[in-house]
Ligand binder design. Structure first.
Ligand code: KIV
Length: 276
């Protein structure tokens, strides 16, 4: 199987085939996701929440994204790797935005970048596209706007904001994005947007009628025990498994039962006897 490209995304929408996407931030996770045949890996700036332990994504830097995207691209042979542009990496000037997007492609090996925002980002998106870098949009509950939204809230629930989301989606598609994430949007609105735009919509908390779905891998694997958003389905429950394994290790080390003979290297007794 060859690398999934933006053309495959387009084809899948035309054929009505769902697009699969998951986040990853490291080499072994990228390898598993790739092996499972997922279409695309997003190196999300959710890195800040699920890997680096921040409260939100705002502290994530370009260097963080380059570092983790490099690890993911080493593990992803077929999936298209999309790397997130972090907060402030595409807000200051077009030149800086293109340079930063270019780093994720040239230094880190991603095939595309994603950035948050609608009509207000069109000029920036066009500048990045001009440098031949595929761009994925992201509208709805955009986590980099957490302070402006006053929290992580579903977007587009009244007429005015729903209309604005439709205008944003159409503007992104017209600008030339190859796809767009719809996050935290009522399912019926996401369905309408999906029908209106020619490029695939990838939903997270946006219902089943998007052209594809994305989830944060730590959430869907059940790596945490605390609260997860309503839209998360835990397809695995790894936290108790990891906790049990770590506790067993601790107990065996303390009891002296690990390492056992099969975990040890041998040496001829005669050599040991000759040592002084
Ligand atoms: O950063 C991220 O993981 C994302 C997804 C939630 C879409 O942007």
């Amino acid at each position: 199987m060859g690398r999934i490209t933006t053309a495959v995304f387009k084809e899948k929408k035309l054929k009505g085939e769902k697009i699969t996407m998951l986040t990853a931030y490291d080499y072994p996770t990228a390898k598993v996701i790739d092996e499972a045949g997922i279409d695309s890996i997003l190196v999300g700036d959710s890195l800040g929440n699920v890997v680096l332990g921040y409260e939100n994504t705002l502290a994530v830097t370009m260097d963080d994204m380059v570092h983790h995207t490099k690890a993911v691209t080493r593990g992803a042979k077929n999936a298209m790797v999309v790397s997130d542009m972090p907060f402030l990496s595409y807000h200051i000037s077009r030149e800086e935005s293109v340079r930063n997007a270019g780093r994720l492609i040239q230094e880190a090996g991603a095939q595309a970048v994603k950035l948050e925002g609608g009509q207000e980002r069109i000029d920036t998106i066009k500048a990045i596209l001009d440098a031949e870098i595929p761009v994925m949009g992201h509208i709805g509950l955009t986590p980099q706007s957490v302070h402006q939204f006053g929290g992580f809230k579903v977007q587009g629930r009244d007429l005015e904001t729903a209309q604005k989301l439709i205008q944003d989606a159409v503007a992104l598609a017209n600008a030339g994005v190859f796809g767009m994430v719809l996050e935290g949007v009522p399912a019926a609105l996401a369905k309408k947007i999906t029908e209106m735009v020619s490029v695939p919509t990838i939903g997270i908390g946006a219902g089943k009628d998007c052209d594809g779905q994305v989830l944060v891998v730590h959430d869907m694997l059940g790596l945490y025990q605390g609260h997860v958003a309503k839209f998360v389905k835990k397809f695995g429950n790894l936290h108790p498994l990891m906790l049990e394994a770590v506790k067993s290790y601790s107990e065996e080390v303390k009891a002296g039962t690990f390492p056992a003979p099969e975990h040890c290297y041998s040496i001829d007794d005669s050599i040991i006897e000759k040592l002084y």
